[in-house]
Design a protein around this ligand. Structure first.
Ligand SMILES: [Zn+2]
Length: 333
């Protein structure tokens, strides 16, 4: 089912970068960014709710790459000056049309076999048309996401429309699609019932990217089960009994609007061995900017996890840095 492979030269670049990041077997958090023959899964955080989840030896047919809500452009489309004084990029409004920072994307993404999209807001879907064309990946999302892809002429053969509840086996990866809910923004007044209509055509404006419903995914890959979240909410009965060994948990402050968010989620998931906060950065400033992280949000969430699930190992992701998991145990190296 996989469509593309990175070129030999780009693979070499990645391998070189990987060795450059090697840091041995020390038990500190940086050690998980080291490299080992026993590594079976690598995660990389793109910011917002975006992740790369990969498994298998680089340069072989076994290497499989799943992207989730990959948004690397990190545009300031707020219409207001950047929160970061060092950010000299243009300011956009939601009336502007979609665009992707292809230099940033090309420097980071060599291969994608599957792209999972949790909802169709710009910080989740905006880079997916470009990535779909560039990688040939299969795109899995609800109808709004898929209609955005069609607007940008992504071939139907690459598109799989889901509504939540599906559990699809692709051979090297299987994906359970989980119905979910969007973050309760604006003091719980957030609500979007619209969809991106079938038949819309490029170019789309950023404000045409409506939620269209929210999903989560359980990704089974490389002997691991990774639960993904695109928002700060969930439907308890839909996640009850899942047993991911790695949970990517929405951690921005809107989760505080939800009753017992962290304890209920940890309990429903059986207290995952590894918990990684997601969607808790400032995705409107570039990588490397002084304000790119929201450390205070992550620290507060980490404190909740320590109480709700003391046996879980919490990993704080850094943009674009590999987090390597050893075989089966989900012990970060
Ligand atoms: Zn959203």
């Amino acid at each position: 089912m996989r469509r593309t492979r990175a070129s030999a030269s780009s693979l070499l670049a990645v391998v070189t970068m990987t060795f450059g990041c090697a840091s041995g077997d020390a038990p500190d958090p940086d050690a998980m960014r080291g490299r080992s023959e026993a590594d079976s899964l690598t995660l990389r955080y793109f910011g917002a709710a975006g992740w790369e989840i990969s498994s298998g030896a680089l340069g072989t047919d076994e290497h499989v790459v799943v992207l989730v809500d990959p948004y690397l452009t990190r545009a300031n489309y707020s219409g207001a000056p950047s929160a970061d004084a060092t950010d000299t990029r243009p300011v956009y409004t939601r009336a502007d049309t979609l665009f992707s920072d292809t230099d940033v994307i090309d420097a980071q993404v060599d291969q994608a076999d599957y792209i999972l999209v949790q909802h169709a807001h710009p910080d989740h879907v905006m880079d997916v048309p470009y990535l779909a064309h560039r990688t040939g990946a299969v795109i899995i999302g609800h109808e709004s996401t898929i209609n955005v892809m069609r607007a940008y002429d992504v071939p139907d053969a690459q598109l799989i429309t889901v509504r939540g509840g599906e559990d699809y086996d692709f051979g090297d990866v299987s994906v359970r699609v989980i119905p979910s809910l969007h973050s309760p923004l604006n003091d719980k007044r957030y609500y979007q019932s619209g969809v991106v209509a079938e038949g819309v055509r490029r170019p789309l404006r950023i404000d045409q990217l409506v939620e269209g419903g929210s999903l989560m995914f359980l990704v089974r890959i490389g002997g691991h089960e990774v639960l993904t979240m695109g928002s700060m909410n969930f439907i308890e009965r839909e996640v009850e009994g899942l047993r991911p060994d790695i949970a990517l948990v929405g951690a921005a402050p809107s989760h505080l609007e939800i009753t017992d968010y962290t304890p209920r989620l940890m309990r429903a998931l059986g207290f995952p061995p590894v918990v990684i906060p997601t969607h808790a950065d400032n995705f409107r400033v570039p990588y490397g900017a002084p304000t790119a992280y929201r450390t205070e949000w992550v620290d507060a969430f980490a404190a909740e996890v320590r109480v709700a699930s003391p046996s879980s190992r919490l990993i704080v992701p850094r943009h674009l840095e590999p987090i390597r998991m050893s075989v089966r145990s989900s012990t970060p190296r």
